[in-house]
Design a protein around this ligand. Structure first.
Ligand code: FMN
Length: 176
């Protein structure tokens, strides 16, 4: 599968089969996470895996959507802000690093026939408590992980390239 085909095959999965995810597969996903680039190669990411019923149950207050819990695995991608790189204007690149790492995970998952769905609309305060995060570690995004019920790729609703790529300056028309 080419990278374009892989990127095209990934979609937000919101219904999962009750099949477990193999330990080796999970390991493969985190190997791909480890290869992600990060500012100054600091790798400020922290991933927390929730698999047992008890921790998944306690997570229901963090993201109270029924579909989310059809997945056998929940992954919380977090950022260690004590370690993340800050530019001299104060901009913290940690969440960008974590997003790239989580994107690696979602793409390798898609390659393995697994589904994921980025979730940002969760309760941060509750997540910090349930995940027992120290003050310097913040949750960035969540994803369920599991085998999707539907494998058909829904139609991608995307902008035209001409809407977001410009030549030379903002709004500059491309000649090609
Ligand atoms: C940073 C980020 C946050 C998102 N948060 C949510 C969310 O809270 N709930 C949800 O159902 N989907 C969420 N999504 C999924 C998007 O809705 C989805 O990626 C988008 O509609 C494109 O569809 P596709 O992933 O199937 O290509 C999020 C995606 C990203 C990248």
């Amino acid at each position: 599968m080419s990278f374009y085909e892989l990127a095209h095959s990934r979609f937000s999965v919101r219904k999962y089969k009750s099949l477990p995810v193999e330990e080796e597969t999970l390991e493969e996903l985190f190997k791909a996470v480890a290869l992600a680039p990060s500012a100054c190669n600091i790798q400020p990411w922290v991933f927390i895996v929730l698999r047992d019923e008890q921790s998944r149950l306690s997570f229901r207050t963090v993201y109270p959507r029924e579909w989310f819990y059809s997945a056998p695995v929940i992954i919380a991608a977090c950022c260690d802000h004590d370690r993340s790189w800050k530019r001299n204007d104060g901009k913290d690149f940690g969440e960008i690093d974590v997003a790239i790492a989580l994107d690696h995970l979602t793409l390798v998952a898609a390659e393995r026939g697994l589904g994921t769905c980025w979730v940002g609309n969760f309760n941060v305060e509750t997540a910090c408590r349930v995940l027992r995060l120290p003050a310097n570690v913040a949750p960035v995004a969540l994803t369920p992980l599991g085998y999707p019920v539907a494998t058909t790729n829904p139609e991608k609703v995307r902008k035209e390239i001409s809407e977001f790529v410009f030549e030379g300056y903002f709004g500059g028309k491309r000649t090609t």
